[in-house]
Design a protein around this ligand. Structure first.
Ligand SMILES: Cc1ncc(COP(=O)(O)O)c(C=O)c1O
Length: 472
């Protein structure tokens, strides 16, 4: 197959699966050429081919658009509607059993929270680790304790600065993955009994930490495209005395929603009006599919109230456990808490990542990773359309690697999870993402896995889901 035919096939898959829908603008020739690593003339040839098949059409001086007549067969889910009540949380047993299944290596890991190892530059990372160990000066180890290695903090700050987010190396504390940053943030600003506003559905670790620290949660409704419902959040602030808000503004786990920039600004100023800190989890921010990095809510933080957490776990080096936090006005209490709990993040891992970032190939790796994830999303959505029961709804995130699927109401996702495991396929059942029963018929699927395994795994899950439909 020629290059332009392969590119045309990829884009056709995105159209058929509804990732690009009728009326959407196709990427510009320049964007598509950078994104897919092909020449502009290859993109032109691919677009001519798609035009001849009636899938896209050129509009004068405006570029190519997906033909309006192409209907999206798989609908997307609507906004979520949890009851906005403060509750004690109890999800841990279930979450631990799901995490246990992620430790098994010879199954299709559609329930995992990480992409497949094949998608990471493992050899280059190993070289960086070897160099870091060979050349590092053991007597300087103390200098790498919390807040962390300065070269690494500078390299992270530079990435933010280049994207238009004002951050200096002195604002950053290196942590053991984002998870530790999130935990330190929550501990720095709460005491037992406080109420935390979280997304519904939301990241299970937020629920676990809330449970562990004896806090209460209020689940806020979400729009699967645009994130938190801000008027529900303001109602909750007025009625429940919220102590902090925890959310993901980019490619939320599990819905994949991306909060638009204007809405991020509004969120930050709404919380600042009530002096409420925002814990922002941005571990998927680098995995965007368009041409522009989606700046986090931290960009708009003028009061130091946003505690922004991220890491390299999802985009570069999962096992290294290197993350960071920008704690704003809570810097000193977070720094001391980190010193008191683990002293510092692993020094060899910090040095290795500082070395890797200095080599200059991170952006090239990210471009490849994003491209693989975007085309695997299309592949998975198409397979869901072919094999899942009628009536399923599926999200189409513009980044990250999760799809959220609403199955027919009578399908019990925990049963589907158990039966899929028996067929050597892992998936993440809806109930781990909430302390309500609202998502008992939903699942989260990871499309960042081995591309060749996706269709077969989806076919099996689809067959099991058909069998679980209960006629009422
Ligand atoms: C939403 C979200 N935040 C944070 C984390 C944890 O990141 P790390 O592995 O860097 O601790 C995960 C990993 O599963 C995640 O999905």
């Amino acid at each position: 197959m020629k290059r332009y035919e392969a590119l045309a096939e990829k884009i056709e898959e995105m159209i058929q699966s509804g990732v690009l829908t009728g009326g959407d603008k196709a990427p510009s020739i320049r964007q598509a050429s950078v994104q897919h690593g092909v020449s502009p003339s290859t993109v032109f040839q691919a677009y001519y081919l798609l035009e001849s098949r009636g899938l896209i059409r050129a509009r004068e001086r405006s570029g190519y658009y997906v033909n309006e007549n192409i209907k999206n067969l798989l609908p997307e889910p609507g906004p979520t509607r949890p009851a906005v009540l403060s509750t004690n949380v109890k999800v841990s047993d279930l979450v631990f059993s799901v995490l246990e299944a992620m430790r098994v290596t010879d199954i299709a890991q559609l329930g995992s929270a990480f992409p497949a190892p094949e998608l990471f530059p493992l050899q280059k990372l190993a070289q960086s680790l070897a160099r870091a160990n060979r050349y590092s000066d053991p007597s300087s180890r103390g200098a790498n304790l919390t807040p962390g290695n300065e070269d690494l903090r500078r390299a992270i700050a530079l990435r933010y600065m280049t994207a238009g987010v004002s951050v200096s190396a002195d604002d950053i504390i290196i942590t053991d993955g984002a998870l530790e940053g999130l935990s330190l943030a929550l501990q720095a600003i709460t005491k037992p009994g406080d109420v935390i506003a979280i997304e519904s559905p939301g990241f299970y670790a937020a629920l676990q930490m809330i449970e562990r620290l004896n806090l209460k949660a209020i689940e806020i409704p979400m729009d699967p495209n645009e994130g938190l419902d801000l008027s529900a959040l303001e109602d909750a602030i007025n009625n429940h005395g919220i102590r902090a808000c925890w959310c993901m503004t980019n490619f939320q786990n599990p819905l994949g929603s991306s909060t638009p920039e204007e809405k991020k600004k509004t969120l930050v100023s709404l919380l600042a009006k009530y002096e409420i800190p925002l814990i922002e989890d941005d571990v998927y921010g680098e995995l965007y599919f368009g041409s522009k990095y989606p700046r986090p809510a931290k960009t708009f933080d003028t009061q130091g109230l946003v505690l922004h957490c991220s890491s390299f776990s999802k985009s570069l080096a999962p096992g290294y456990r290197i993350g960071w936090i920008l704690p704003g006005r809570y810097y000193e209490s977070v720094r001391r808490a980190k010193l008191m709990t683990t002293l510092s993040a692993s020094v060899p891992a910090q040095l290795a990542l500082a070395d890797y970032l200095q080599q200059g190939s991170y952006d090239r790796h990210l471009r490849k990773l994003r491209q693989a994830l975007e085309s695997q999303q299309a592949q998975m959505v198409k397979a869901i359309g072919a094999y899942f029961p009628a009536g399923c709804k599926v999200t189409r995130p513009k980044g990250g690697y999760f799809l959220w699927v609403e199955l027919p109401l009578s399908v019990n996702s925990l049963e589907l999870y158990r039966q899929s495991l028996a067929h050597s396929i892992n998936l993440a059942p809806g109930p781990i993402f909430s302390s309500t029963t609202n998502y008992d018929h939903c699942i989260r699927l990871n499309y960042g896995q081995v591309s060749g395994e996706i269709e077969e795994a989806i076919k099996t899950i689809g067959t099991l889901a058909h069998e679980l439909i209960v006629d009422k």
